[in-house]
Design a protein around this ligand. Structure first.
Ligand code: NAP
Length: 279
């Protein structure tokens, strides 16, 4: 009777132990115990970043404008045993940004990393033809929303003793694309914003860096790689002769968030397959 009782207990313990390992195994990594917000993370580069931060141990709040996309992404990433929650956040709406930060802190108990990845590009054509409404939309979404998201997140990161901000710019921020003029200028502004934030964020032990992807295979860039004439032209530009994958950006973001990058701040890193940005 006793032996039976103890063997049942041992069995139960083994089951619980196994369960504990199964439920936390995916969150052991260099970012274990950290909490991240990734904007525009239900597709493309943002989704790859959310997945990678989760695989490296962080708890991640995913978000984008559409609830269906958020629900699908959360379900997918949870099925991969990653620690994620999700909510709608249109980065251009101040109230959405505020609740993204508040809900992240209340669900996960704090905030360590902010990845500002959302961008809009409503205009394609010669720069002199761009209407004012397109300039407003591009700067509201790409530049102002990034700044105010970071500003609102900073006090929470400071409470944790520090953190890391990563801004997603583009190689076009260095070399403007002829038919994406205002978008390119907004990406240049983000490279400048990264540097401008350094002095104040450094006093709070928060690092801020930027990534500048080349042409990456996502919906956003579909027009560039789906049309074979345009793709051929692009291949002339890319020394590695291939379009990048979202996962080729996410490892870099995870590195910049991690302690391996503890002395790196104010930097923009190009990941372009060799498209030159600067010396
Ligand atoms: P993507 O695959 O088209 O994904 C766009 C994501 O953004 C979706 O999850 C979308 O979901 C969300 N989204 C769109 N507008 C939003 C908004 N206002 N607020 C919140 N979420 C929003 O795009 P991507 O290529 O991964 O681009 C991500 C970032 O990389 C952008 O900053 C882009 O400028 C930059 N980038 C891309 C390339 C490239 O070649 N792909 C190159 C250089 C830089 P909902 O529809 O649900 O909102």
């Amino acid at each position: 009777m006793h032996r039976n009782f103890f063997s049942v207990l041992r069995q139960k313990d083994a089951i619980f132990q196994g369960f504990r390992m199964a439920s936390t195994s995916s969150i052991q990594g260099k970012l274990s115990g950290k909490v991240a917000i990734v904007t525009a993370s239900t597709e493309g580069i943002g989704l790859a970043i959310a997945r990678r931060l989760g695989q490296d141990g962080a708890s991640v709040m995913v978000s984008s404008r559409k609830q269906d996309n958020v629900s699908r992404t959360v379900e997918q990433l949870k099925s991969e045993n990653l620690q994620v929650e999700g909510m709608v956040c249109h980065v251009g709406k101040a109230e959405d940004r505020t609740s993204l930060i508040q809900q992240t802190v209340s669900k996960f108990g704090g905030l360590d990393f902010v990845v500002s990845n959302a961008a809009a590009n409503p205009a394609f054509g010669p720069i002199l033809d761009t209407p004012e409404s397109a300039w407003d939309k591009i700067f509201e979404t790409n530049v102002k929303a990034t700044f105010f998201l970071i500003k609102e997140a900073v006090p929470h990161m400071e409470k944790r003793g520090g953190g890391s901000v990563v801004i997603v710019s583009s190689f076009a921020g260095y070399t403007p694309m002829e038919f994406l003029g205002p978008y390119s200028v907004s990406k240049t502004a983000l490279i400048g914003m990264t540097k401008a934030l350094v002095p104040q964020l450094s006093t709070m032990n928060i690092r801020v860096n930027c990534v500048a992807p080349g042409i990456i295979k996502t919906k956003f860039s579909e027009q560039l790689w789906k049309t074979s004439a345009v793709k051929d032209m692009l291949m002339q530009m890319i020394p590695m002769k291939r379009i990048g994958e979202p996962s080729e950006i996410s490892g870099l973001v995870s590195f910049l968030c991690s302690d391996d990058a503890s002395y790196i701040t104010g930097e923009t890193t190009l990941a372009t397959g060799g498209i030159p940005g600067r010396l």
